[in-house]
Each structure stands twice: as structure tokens, then as C-alpha cells.
Design a protein around this ligand. Structure first.
Ligand SMILES: *[C@@H]1O[C@H](CO)[C@@H](O)[C@H](O)[C@H]1NC(C)=O
Ligand SMILES: *[C@@H]1O[C@H](CO)[C@@H](O)[C@H](O)[C@H]1NC(C)=O
Ligand SMILES: *[C@@H]1O[C@H](CO)[C@@H](O)[C@H](O)[C@H]1NC(C)=O
Ligand SMILES: *[C@@H]1O[C@H](CO)[C@@H](O)[C@H](O)[C@H]1NC(C)=O
Ligand SMILES: *[C@@H]1O[C@H](CO)[C@@H](O)[C@H](O)[C@H]1NC(C)=O
Ligand SMILES: *[C@@H]1O[C@H](CO)[C@@H](O)[C@H](O)[C@H]1NC(C)=O
Ligand SMILES: *[C@@H]1O[C@H](CO)[C@@H](O)[C@H](O)[C@H]1NC(C)=O
Ligand SMILES: *[C@@H]1O[C@H](CO)[C@@H](O)[C@H](O)[C@H]1NC(C)=O
Ligand SMILES: *[C@@H]1O[C@H](CO)[C@@H](O)[C@H](O)[C@H]1NC(C)=O
Length: 437
């Protein structure tokens, strides 16, 4: 992992050379805020930004490790401020865009001559295709950490145009994906350079299908009702870079834009799991390790890790007289909920501890994030088997992130995490979205 640390330092130095998108207003926000809802049928997390002139709301699937913002430009893209990126321009180099393309049908957003292109990626289905790089106006609410404030504009926000078919498999009503990954044109870097704030962002996904969670870009505090400053109680662990891209399509030598952390051990209750340590680190081909993902609805574990974790968990809950019932897909281990107690932090089952690199960096997964209610009387262990040679050994998925605040500090290459906020008597749905502008 030592070489990954060096690599991530180099990467962050490089970021400071990024071109700052132009600004109109003199008001300088300290942070920005976006709402995030959970789409009940696809289990995807959806955010909304305002884009174009005149401004329209655009719903987007949140892709934590995604490379950039991409939207469908084929249907209903109308904007007087749309600008395709001309070959050789600063925008093309910022986007690390390859080639120079022409388009042989009527000119429209997404179809222009002499433009550079990138590869928008639908990371839910693993489909990628070519798309024109462009800029347009994006408007987002600022925040003081407690409420949304006035809206601020980024006049030349860089994004990619995609054909409509790339939306297949995404939540209904969305128009693209919002990539929050480690590139110079992902949302966190563009917002940070537009407003000169720290290259830091935080996500807090709501477990409620009816109340919004929140994404913050820039500095804390992160205040939730009733007046709880979550930034005060984060534990930290280093972020790592996987040197081999994990995108659906990529060129050789490209690192992954996803966020990796180092799990060193796993405990279930007070039992240590015996794991194959080779699987826990990233090898030179980019295999192994642990990443965080908002497009995987549940945590996915390599088969041997899955088997060890679930066997130990089942032994522990059996000792508690919890009754096993038939499996309910995609889960293998399900239980009769009437045999399980209830606590403030979810179902009364043994906690699962992810021991991470760093002092006291233990991510605690309580019943609220380990047990999924699949019907009124059945709760299932919310982990799925990723097969025997998956690209990444541990993928921490959306369900395990709910009601946890996780902060990505890119300048310091570290992840801050809260474990469940239920223990602190708040939730990710408790950000006060009433504007105080
Ligand atoms: C691009 O250039 C070609 C060749 O000059 C032309 O036929 C085509 O219409 C142009 N396309 C657009 C979108 O302007
Ligand atoms: C800003 O927040 C207000 C109030 O929550 C909301 O109505 C508005 O749509 C938001 N604006 C943007 C650009 O997201
Ligand atoms: C942001 O852009 C919109 C649309 O062009 C405009 O109406 C609004 O006044 C701008 N806001 C600021 C703060 O410049
Ligand atoms: C929130 O906590 C952070 C970290 O301890 C601190 O720097 C900040 O001042 C606090 N903000 C508020 C409003 O309490
Ligand atoms: C589990 O491992 C930790 C160190 O990671 C050790 O302190 C503890 O004693 C072990 N527990 C058991 C039950 O072996
Ligand atoms: C550990 O995992 C690696 C990578 O998949 C594999 O090559 C090795 O055989 C495994 N070791 C054991 C003891 O299972
Ligand atoms: C489980 O059930 C057995 C038999 O009914 C009982 O003796 C034991 O105390 C129970 N254990 C727990 C942890 O409730
Ligand atoms: C769960 O247990 C209750 C009480 O023992 C029983 O009535 C119910 O049928 C069980 N449900 C399932 C799915 O096994
Ligand atoms: C939410 O914020 C608004 C605006 O600052 C404030 O008036 C309201 O009292 C807050 N809601 C709660 C429940 O504190």
C-alpha cells in the first residue's frame, strides 16, 4: 500500500493545476449542498442539479466513483449556453479527452464537428460509449452547513453528452449520472476549483424512501437536526488509488476514479474472521482491495470472505435463538424477525466491524445497516456473494452507507466516517432543507 500513498499524493498535487471554471458572482460560498433521494424500485440514489439556460432541474444517479457528469443530450436538451469543447482546447485537456471528432448529422448538443470526446459510463449496467465533451451553466445551492442558502452558478461546468440508450437500467426520470470520482472534471474537483474551497465532499444517504439525504461539497460543519454537528465525530482512514481503471472502458495506464480504503480485518461480534490477506490489498493488476460504491445497492464480498462472514454471523445469531428461514434473493441468509429484538441502532444482531487502516479506525455496522427487511416478518443479512475472483474483494454498497456520513478529503487523501448516526440520535434525512437565503 506504500506506493499507493505516494501515488495519491502526486495525484493531489496535480489537481491544483486544474483550470478554474469562470465565475460571475462575487459571493463566495464555503460549501454547496445537493439533496439525494433513494429510488425505491432501482435502489439507486438520485440527486438533482439545475443546468442550462434557461435553467432546468436535471435528475441524476449518484455515482460516487464516477468520472464526471454525463447527461442525455439527445432528448430535450435546449440551452443557449451549451458550448461543445473544441479540439485542442483547455477544456479537452482538463477532461483528458482523446481524439477529435466530427458528427455527420444535424448539429445539436452532443453532435458537433471538431470536438473532443470522452467515454460516459453507465456503471450500473457496465455500458460505456463515446460522447462529446461540452460546457454549460450549472446552478447549485450554497450552504452554511445547516440549511441551503442562495444558489450559485458555475458558468462553464464541464460534462459529457451521451446518447439516450445509455440511460437504460437507470432509475426512471433520470437524465444521466453525477460522477463524484477522482478526476479533474468530476463534480468535487470542479466545484472546489470554481469556488476555491477545500477539495472535500461528504455524502449522507437517507434510509427513508420519502426523505432526502444530502451531499456537501466543501467545508464542514455538517449540521443535522436537532443541532448535531456530525463533522465533530468522524474517524479517519487513508484513501488509496487503484492504479488500474475500474471503468467499463478505459485506456491503458489510466488509474481508477473510484475510492479505495484499506480493510485490515473484520470482526463479527467479538470473533475475528480468518481472511485471506492477499484479497485485502490491491495487486499490480488492480485486483483486490476495498472500495465504496453508491451504485451497488448492497455490500458485495469475494466468495471466501462472504462464506467466512456469513458462517460466523449465522453461528452467532443461532446462539441467540434467532430462527433462520428460506433465502430471499439476492440474499442467502434470512431470519424470522419475530425472533429478533429491536434497538435504537436497528435489529439486535451482532455488530460487524470493519477494521480499517489507521488508529481507532473501526467502521461499525449495526443492525440498521446489516439487516434488510424483505417482508413484514423476514429480515435478511444484507451482503451478497461476489464470486471467486471479482475485480474488487469488498465493495461497500449503498445500504451499508445509509445514515452514515462519509467524507472524502481529497487534498489529505483520507476518508472520514461516522458509523451509524442513529447512535447519535439523528439520521441523514435530518438535514434542514428549508432555505435560509
Ligand atoms: C461536419 O462536417 C462535415 C464535412 O464538412 C459536414 O458534412 C457535416 O454536416 C458537419 N456536421 C456538423 C454537425 O456540423
Ligand atoms: C435551492 O434550494 C431551494 C430550497 O430548498 C430549492 O427550492 C431550489 O430548487 C434549490 N436550487 C437549486 C439550484 O438546487
Ligand atoms: C445564475 O444563472 C441564472 C440563469 O442564467 C440567472 O438567472 C441567475 O441570476 C444567476 N445567478 C447568479 C448568482 O449569478
Ligand atoms: C463543527 O465541528 C467542527 C469539527 O470539530 C468544528 O471545526 C466546527 O467549528 C463545528 N461547527 C459548528 C457550527 O459547531
Ligand atoms: C481479535 O484481534 C484483535 C487484534 O486485531 C485482538 O486484539 C483480539 O484479542 C482478537 N480477539 C479474539 C477473540 O481473538
Ligand atoms: C488467497 O487469494 C489469492 C488471490 O485470489 C489466491 O491466489 C490464493 O490462492 C489465496 N490463498 C489461499 C490460502 O486461499
Ligand atoms: C435459547 O433457547 C434455549 C432453549 O429454549 C434456552 O435455554 C436459551 O437460554 C436461549 N438462549 C438465548 C440466548 O436466549
Ligand atoms: C415467524 O415466527 C412466527 C412466530 O413463531 C410465526 O408465526 C411465523 O409464521 C414465522 N414466519 C416465518 C416467515 O417463518
Ligand atoms: C429549519 O430551518 C429554518 C430556516 O432557518 C428554520 O426556520 C426552521 O426552524 C428549521 N427547522 C427546524 C425543525 O429547526
Amino acid at each position: 500500500m506504500a506506493s499507493s500513498i505516494q501515488c495519491s499524493l502526486l495525484f493531489s498535487l496535480f489537481f491544483f493545476a486544474a483550470v478554474a471554471p469562470s465565475l460571475q458572482q462575487s459571493f463566495r460560498p464555503k460549501a454547496l449542498v445537493l439533496p439525494v433521494s433513494k429510488d425505491a424500485s432501482s435502489l439507486q440514489y438520485v440527486t438533482r442539479i439545475s443546468q442550462r439556460t434557461p435553467l432546468v432541474p436535471v435528475a441524476l444517479v449518484v455515482d460516487l466513483g464516477g468520472q464526471f457528469l454525463w447527461v442525455d443530450c439527445k432528448q430535450n436538451y435546449v440551452s443557449s449556453t451549451y458550448r461543445p469543447a473544441r479540439c485542442g482546447s483547455a477544456v479537452c485537456s482538463l477532461a483528458r479527452a482523446s481524439g477529435c471528432g466530427d458528427c455527420f448529422s444535424a448539429a445539436r448538443p452532443g453532435c458537433n464537428n471538431n470536438t473532443c470526446g470522452v467515454t460516459p459510463d453507465n456503471t450500473v449496467t457496465g455500458t460505456a460509449t463515446g460522447g462529446e465533451v461540452a460546457t454549460d451553466l450549472v446552478s447549485v445551492n450554497s450552504t452554511d452547513g445547516s440549511n441551503p442558502g442562495r444558489a450559485v452558478n458555475v458558468t462553464r461546468f464541464v460534462f459529457a453528452c451521451a446518447p439516450s440508450f445509455l440511460l437504460d437500467g437507470l432509475a426512471s426520470g433520470v437524465q444521466g449520472m453525477a460522477g463524484l470520482g477522482r478526476t479533474r472534471i468530476a463534480l468535487p474537483s470542479q466545484f472546489a476549483s470554481a469556488f476555491s474551497f477545500n477539495r472535500k465532499f461528504a455524502i449522507c444517504l437517507s434510509s427513508s424512501p420519502t426523505s432526502n439525504g444530502v451531499i456537501f461539497f466543501g467545508d464542514s460543519p455538517y449540521n443535522f437536526l436537532p443541532n448535531i454537528n456530525v463533522s465533530q465525530s468522524l474517524a479517519y482512514t487513508p484513501l488509496y488509488i487503484n492504479p488500474v481503471s475500474t471503468a467499463s472502458a478505459y485506456s491503458q495506464g489510466e488509474p481508477s476514479s473510484e475510492y479505495f480504503i484499506g480493510v485490515t480485518a473484520i470482526r463479527v461480534g467479538d470473533r475475528n474472521l480468518s481472511l485471506n490477506s492477499t484479497l485485502l490489498s490491491i495487486d499490480s493488476n488492480g485486483y483486490g482491495g476495498t472500495k465504496i460504491s453508491t451504485v451497488d445497492p448492497y455490500t458485495v464480498l469475494e466468495s471466501s470472505i462472504f462464506a467466512t462472514l456469513t458462517e460466523t454471523f449465522v453461528e452467532e445469531v443461532t446462539a441467540m435463538n434467532i430462527t433462520r428461514v428460506s433465502a430471499v434473493s439476492p440474499f442467502e441468509y434470512c431470519f424470522n424477525s419475530s425472533s429478533i429484538g429491536v434497538t435504537r441502532v436497528g435489529a439486535a444482531v451482532p455488530y460487524i466491524f470493519l477494521v480499517l487502516q489507521g488508529e481507532e479506525a473501526v467502521w461499525t455496522i449495526t443492525g440498521s445497516n446489516s439487516m434488510v427487511e424483505v417482508s413484514q416478518d423476514v429480515l435478511c443479512l444484507g451482503f451478497v456473494d461476489g464470486g471467486s475472483r471479482p475485480r474488487t474483494s469488498i465493495v461497500i454498497g449503498g445500504y451499508q452507507l445509509q445514515d452514515n456520513l462519509v467524507q472524502f478529503d481529497l487534498a489529505r487523501s483520507r476518508l472520514g466516517f461516522s458509523s451509524t448516526l442513529l447512535g447519535r440520535r439523528t439520521t441523514c434525512a435530518n438535514f434542514n432543507f428549508t432555505s435560509n437565503a
